[in-house]
Design a protein around this ligand. Structure first.
Ligand code: NAD
Length: 426
């Protein structure tokens, strides 16, 4: 059992390294396609700053445990950096670096005045008490306080962090700075300056680009058969929105298995029964594996779980004509090539999941101006940004005859590259 865990952890580290390597490869290609010199790649292949910290926390049994944390700030030429903080046992420095690059790309794609950042702490929050989590969250803010702040680097939630953790972090920062500072962090509870629509923003953004992709393929979303892998924040709300649009959600999954029914699943029932970690399939006997699910008959697949799910092995067997990546990094580079050659329209993660950072930006703007918008206003603004971003990437992919991932990276790096040049950095 212990040996299995060590192997899993080694595999995870290898995957994180692969994700960083493949992210860099596409950034390099995008810069070459845009005609930028090699110096720009040298600048953008690594975060400008990477801080590693050690955080001592007194645990409930009285012992002190020291946790490792990171904050990577990829590039702040455009403006302050922005990106979530994840609490997970598999967090590595390479993963945090790759995620900070993705955040820069996402901000560039949806045209926000930010660069990318990411943070993480190696821990398992599922095994920690509320009090221990509060100590860890406050300790992390004290440890990175010199490099973060509302005009420097604005954190947000990510895997296994939530609005309560954001509230503790905002409170710690406000106490240190001796003034109330809601703009320090986004994803807060509404009563502390959080934004309407933040919780469902990623799923709403995915729904908007999925509908645009369907139009391009001449597919009616009403009646379209959709498989959603992952039933957490992104996957569960997305299943609900698609169900409400008249799509037939024929498959869903979580970490323990998958459900598939060609006649459509009862999404309201599943939503009602899932737990806070996005687990629902344990309640059923007739489950299949995640691997089998991705090869089932359908029109659209939305991976909304973890990295490296569509690989060179299963890409030739996929039956969908559209794949929309809600998860970060679900498709390998080799698989992207196979899917593109097969004429499958792949809407990449850096575009499809950018709804979350977009509404985080709205939250920061509202905090800075002290004036708050309704959910309707948020939805309208998000809708306009996602449609515009989808179409500029789709059109670039068509005109330059490249896949949508490369087109998204080209748009994502352009503003950052130009800002770095105007500043005289390269
Ligand atoms: P979550 O933790 O709420 O849910 C994750 C879901 O994936 C759960 O249902 C879990 O059971 C399932 N899962 C975990 N391991 C799995 C495995 N090996 N195989 C199949 N399913 C597995 O996470 P989330 O916030 O919904 O994020 C999902 C993905 O979307 C991640 O890649 C995340 O980075 C990305 N994303 C999320 C947001 C957001 O705002 N939530 C924004 C941008 C990107």
């Amino acid at each position: 059992m212990v040996a299995d865990k060590a192997v899993d952890s080694a595999n995870k580290k290898q995957e994180n390294m692969d994700v960083l390597t493949s992210t860099r490869a596409v950034v390099k290609l995008a810069l070459e396609k845009l005609g930028y010199p090699d110096e720009l790649y040298e600048l953008l292949k690594e975060p400008l700053r990477m801080m590693a910290v050690r955080i001592p926390v007194r645990m409930d049994d009285g012992a002190i445990k020291v946790f490792t944390g990171y904050r990577a700030q990829h590039n702040d030429a455009v403006g302050p950096t922005k990106g979530g903080i994840r609490f997970h046992p598999d967090v590595t420095a390479d993963e945090i670096k790759a995620l900070s690059i993705w955040m820069s790309l996402k901000s560039g794609i949806v045209d926000l005045p930010y660069g990318g950042a990411k943070g993480g702490i190696v821990c398992d929050p599922r095994q920690m008490s509320f009090r221990e989590l509060e100590g860890l969250s406050r300790g992390y803010v004290r440890a990175v306080s010199q490099i973060v702040g509302p005009t420097k680097d604005i954190p947000a939630p990510d895997v296994f962090t939530n609005s309560q953790i954001m509230a503790w972090m905002m409170d710690e920062y406000s106490r240190m700075d001796e003034y109330n500072s809601p703009g320090f962090i986004t994803g807060k509870p509404i009563v502390l300056g959080g934004s309407h629509g933040r919780e469902t923003a990623t799923a709403k953004g995915v729904t908007i680009v999925l509908k645009e992709a369907a139009k391009k393929k001449g597919l009616d979303v009403k009646g379209a058969r959709v498989i959603v892998q992952g039933f957490g924040n992104a996957g569960s709300y997305l299943s609900k929105f698609l169900h409400d649009e008249g799509a037939k959600v024929v498959g869903i999954s979580d970490a323990y298995g998958a459900l598939y029914d060609p006649d459509g699943l009862d999404i309201d029932y599943l939503l009602d029964r899932r737990d806070s970690f996005g687990t629902v399939t344990k309640l059923f006997n007739n489950t299949i594996s995640n691997k089998e699910l991705l090869e089932c008959d359908c029109d659209i697949i939305v991976p909304a779980a973890v990295e490296n799910q569509i690989t060179e092995e299963n890409a030739p067997k996929i039956k969908a004509s559209i794949i929309v990546e809600a998860a970060n990094g679900p498709t390998t580079r080799g698989a992207t090539k196979i899917l593109t050659e097969r004429g499958i329209l792949l809407v990449p993660d850096v575009l499809a999941s950018a709804g979350g950072v977009t509404v985080s930006y709205f939250e920061w703007v509202q905090n800075n101006q002290g004036y708050y918008w309704s959910e309707k206003e948020i939805d309208e603004k998000l809708h306009e940004i996602m449609i515009r971003s989808f179409n500029s990437i789709y059109n670039l992919a068509e005109s330059r005859r490249v896949d949508m991932r490369l087109a998204a990276y080209m748009i994502g790096v352009r503003k950052m590259a130009e800002a770095s040049r105007f500043r005289g950095w390269v």
